[in-house]
Design a binder for this molecule. Structure first.
Ligand code: PMP
Length: 476
């Protein structure tokens, strides 16, 4: 019955690891892997994650019941607040008077909790005194999660976006970043205004799955220029020209930071221009945030592009993954948020996101989201996470330096400074397909044939070997 079924092509990224596994050469190196590795080439389970997991396991009240369709609500609140940060401008109006009324209550939270809670209370109870106790309770739990960011007003955003449909951001738990993108794409295909084209603009190149995800959801996929092979940097003028000629209302996919596969991100000035273009053409930004904190080691810095857009008042969509920054790859912990104009809309949007999820997989898995919620929601674990995340980011940055220095020492022709300038887990080397094939076959260095190398797969010990190999394939 299935005799007619043709063999599907192997996944270009997953296939690299399979080839690496099968390679018997002891010098072999896996630079295709999209996951963090230690200096010894081993997967890393963060200590904060181990501890959160141990606490969850020890909880006598834990169970394996279903989560709601939208997932773990506390995880959703904490995740979106991590991304959006504390300075939500939509809350500005009329807050001050309420603050004063509530500061006494906030102070009752004690130990700095008051300070964090204060902004929250203003936002949430701006409308009146009723229900204030519930508000304070809810926020003291959230506020406890805020270490750094919390003090800067993290709670405000939670309030604005907070549980029970209080704010104007609808968030659902998702099957990591991929699931968030897919549910987001399906939602947009069904609910963009009828006048908006079902067209999505993706950077060229982009993470391969983007194309398939949007195409499967019924979008016409178009590309905007992104990578400039000559400079191995951003093709900014081309990008702007392509966005300027996009049809009004098209969806614009943007990597929030650490663009995959190129490692090239726009500068703050360039982001401002991209925002202006999105506004001029009424494009709908869809941020893919798979590397927050993993790129620079600073969670706020890595969310700056997204926050710039949210602050401008644009409606947008956000897919978040905790695969890389918490090392929760296989746990599929992610979130999808839709930033709306008002709370009323957000409630309706959330109801429709659930309608997308229900027939797809009914409800998401609990474990990864519970771990992430614990880490984000507990001040001590969160601080541990911040330090560990910075450690991962710094190791990757130090691998860039190690590779650059080794190439420099070998006088490899060309300007390799892009290795230092590119950001995040990947470096896009500009090596040709033939050169990549030689790296694989002669040097047992496994990578995708587009020349992308994972800096996370490299170690100080192996950097000279990689530089020898690159020197060889460049010269011959
Ligand atoms: N977006 C980008 C840009 C990515 O690089 C990845 C992972 N490679 C994802 C989304 C999705 O990852 P996950 O589904 O594991 O969260």
């Amino acid at each position: 019955n299935w005799a007619h079924v043709e063999m599907a092509p192997p996944d270009p990224i997953i296939g690299v690891t399979e080839a690496w596994r099968a390679d018997p050469d002891p010098r072999k190196l896996n630079l295709g892997v999209g996951a963090y590795r230690t200096e010894e080439g081993k997967p890393l389970v963060l200590a904060c994650v181990r501890e959160a997991e141990a606490q969850l396991m020890a909880d006598p009240n834990s169970n394996h019941e279903y989560l709601p369709i939208a997932g773990n609500a506390e995880f959703c609140r904490l995740a979106r607040t991590l991304a959006l940060g504390g300075d939500c401008p939509a809350l500005q109006g009329g807050r001050v008077a309420t603050v004063q009324a509530l500061s006494g209550e906030g102070a009752g939270g004690g130990n700095g909790g008051g300070r964090r809670g204060e902004g929250v209370c203003m936002a949430r109870t701006g409308g009146g005194g009723e229900g204030r106790v519930a508000t304070v309770q809810a926020l003291s739990i959230e506020g406890a999660g805020g270490v750094e960011g919390g003090r800067r007003g993290e709670g405000v955003c939670m309030a604005r976006t907070g549980g029970g449909g209080e704010g104007r951001v609808a968030t659902v738990q998702a099957l990591s970043g991929t699931g968030a993108l897919r549910v987001g794409a399906e939602f947009l295909a069904a609910h963009l205004p009828s006048t908006a084209p079902r067209v999505v603009y993706l950077p060229s190149p982009t993470w391969g799955n983007h194309k398939t995800i949007f195409a499967k959801a019924g979008f016409q996929v178009r590309e905007y220029r992104y990578f400039d092979a000559a400079t191995r940097g951003l093709a900014f003028d081309g990008m702007c020209a392509d966005l300027a000629s996009a049809p009004r209302g098209a969806v614009l996919l943007l990597h929030a930071c650490a663009h995959n596969p190129t490692g090239v991100d726009p500068s703050p000035q360039q982001w401002a221009r991209i925002l202006a273009l999105a506004q001029e053409k009424a494009l709908l930004p869809f941020f893919d945030s798979a590397y927050q904190g993993f790129a620079s080691g600073d969670l706020d810095a890595d969310a700056a592009s997204l926050r710039l857009f949210v602050r401008s008042g644009l409606e947008l969509v956000l897919a978040q993954s905790f695969a890389k920054n918490m090392g929760l790859y296989g746990e599929r912990a992610g979130a999808l948020s839709v930033v709306c104009k008002c709370k009323d809309t957000a409630g309706r949007v959330e109801s429709q996101l659930k309608m997308v999820i229900r027939p797809m997989y009914s409800n998401p898995p609990m474990h990864g989201a519970a771990i992430a919620a614990k880490v984000l929601g507990d001040a001590r674990l969160r601080e541990m996470w911040r330090v560990e995340l910075k450690g991962m980011a710094e190791r990757i940055i130090s691998m860039r330096r190690a590779l650059y220095d080794a190439l420099y020492e070998r006088n490899v022709p060309g300007d390799w400074s892009f290795v230092l300038k590119q950001i995040g887990m990947f470096s896009y080397t500009g090596l040709s397909r033939v050169q990549c094939q030689k790296l694989v076959n002669k040097w047992h260095i496994h990578l995708t044939l587009d020349g992308r190398i994972s800096m996370a797969g490299l170690s100080a010990q192996k950097a000279p070997y990689l530089a020898d190999a690159i020197a060889d394939v460049v010269a011959n």
